[in-house]
Design a protein around this ligand. Structure first.
Ligand SMILES: *[C@@H]1O[C@H](CO)[C@@H](O)[C@H](O)[C@H]1NC(C)=O
Ligand SMILES: *[C@@H]1O[C@H](CO)[C@@H](O)[C@H](O)[C@H]1NC(C)=O
Ligand SMILES: *[C@@H]1O[C@H](CO)[C@@H](O)[C@H](O)[C@H]1NC(C)=O
Length: 395
């Protein structure tokens, strides 16, 4: 009996020791670095000092940004760090309203391995000044700051964070590996220009799970060099949909492969699922392959399914040609809901590099009130269709 009790006690002690070991060792509260939550004082130096101390500590450490409103100019959180670095944002971070306060990025993480950025706080990009500037002024700078960017981050977990009214996009990954965005909430008005939700560039292994994204540009944009992207349980709307591209405008672009989009809803968006490439030549063709879109609901969407390889906005495409982007192995499975234009499935592939193995499996789209009978359009596509097809398949 005594031995048993002793044994149980030992187990308990081991358990306590173990749970201590995985706990956060050190908190670096920005308030101890001179931060002021008055919504006016610039906190960028305080944030970066807290980061630098956390980053240079061993083990599991956390930068704490408590509740309150923090005015923040550009911050760069640079690694490499010694351990696992957590940034817990409980407060609201407010960007300067000047559209040109920084180039490309507001809050940037770079060269970090093992990073967690968590809410429940919010990033407020103060975008309206930039949107007005872009609407009125035609030489509006193309690189407005994106609210939160990750460059060369490996093993990143971003969760329960909100972002509103970005100037450029809301989130972007570049050169990252193994990144997860979970329960991220993004919002900007449907008519705000260039406010992409999450942009994925040159990254391998990005998961977006259970997000709610409403914005004025793509909810999710996947561009050059992205691989192994998995998007699930995301609600998108308003916005321009879940988009791959534009691709095929520059010779330095890299292939895009292995994308999975599952159980998502698109509501009141201009596009649903889109792949877009430029109608311009490349020195060698770019490959886009292995996509699965599955269990997608469309609600009042203008172009529910669209492959557009004839992208050539007037004046920007001097050497027009058939697109040099080769699309293959893309399946659309169990896509249902309402279309706001007559062409429900629009597959406009390249005359030079026709789409290969495009699968339409169980498509059930119906017209919104006032929209005429739906149809599908195919050009330069090889593929097959299975199951219910409403409207009838063009494959
Ligand atoms: C990916 O990142 C997560 C943290 O977000 C980590 O737990 C996991 O081990 C990483 N996977 C690999 C293969 O490194
Ligand atoms: C990504 O996909 C490639 C094949 O396209 C595979 O070899 C690789 O292991 C995958 N990486 C991750 C992180 O899933
Ligand atoms: C589909 O996504 C919704 C959230 O948009 C979620 O509530 C639901 O559980 C998901 N369904 C499945 C089968 O994963």
């Amino acid at each position: 009996m005594a031995a048993k009790v002793l044994f149980a006690l030992c187990l308990l002690l081991v358990f306590i020791a173990e749970s201590q070991a995985t706990k956060v060792k050190n908190f670096f509260n920005v308030m101890n670095y001179g931060a002021t939550a008055d919504g006016k004082t610039d906190n960028s130096a305080a944030f970066m000092k807290a980061w630098s101390d956390a980053c240079n500590s061993n083990g599991k450490v956390a930068v704490m940004i408590p509740r309150g409103t923090y005015f923040v100019k550009q911050v760069i959180f640079k690694g490499p760090c010694k351990g696992l670095t957590i940034v817990r944002i409980e407060g609201d971070l407010i960007a300067p309203s000047d559209p040109f306060f920084a180039k490309d990025t507001w809050i940037n993480f770079r060269y970090v391995k093992n990073l967690i950025v968590s809410g429940p706080g919010r990033l407020d990009g103060q975008g309206s000044s930039a949107w007005e500037d872009c609407t009125k002024n035609h030489n509006c700078r193309p690189s407005l700051p994106i609210s939160m960017t990750f460059d060369f981050v490996t093993n990143g977990y971003i969760h329960h964070l909100s972002s509103i009214n970005s100037k450029g996009g809301h989130f972007k990954t570049y050169g990252c590996e193994n990144m997860t965005f979970k329960k991220v909430k993004i919002s900007a008005p449907g008519d705000s220009p260039n406010t992409d939700g999450i942009k994925i560039a040159n990254s391998n292994g990005v998961a977006i799970d259970r997000g709610n994204i409403g914005t004025g540009d793509d909810c999710i944009a996947i561009i050059s060099g992205s691989k192994n992207v998995s998007i699930s349980d995301v609600f998108c709307g308003p916005g321009h949909g879940i988009s791959v591209g534009s691709l095929g405008h520059n010779d330095w672009e890299q292939n895009v492969e292995n994308i999975k989009v599952k159980n998502c809803t698109l509501s009141d968006t201009t596009n649903g699922l889109r792949i877009k490439s430029w109608a311009t030549p490349l020195s060698k063709p770019l490959k886009v392959s292995n996509f699965v879109y599955e269990d997608i609901v469309m609600n009042n969407v203008y172009n529910p399914i669209i492959i557009d390889q004839e992208y050539c906005p007037s004046g920007t495409c001097s050497n027009k040609d058939a697109s040099h982007v080769e699309i293959s192995d893309v399946s659309f499975k169990n896509i249902r809901g309402s279309s706001n234009t007559q062409v429900a499935v629009n597959l406009k592939c390249s005359a030079k590099f026709p789409c290969k193995n495009i699968i339409l499996d169980t498509i059930d789209l119906w017209q919104n009130r006032g929209v005429g009978r739906l149809s599908n359009l195919c050009s330069n596509v090889n593929g097959a269709s299975y199951g219910k097809q409403n409207p009838s398949s063009c494959l």
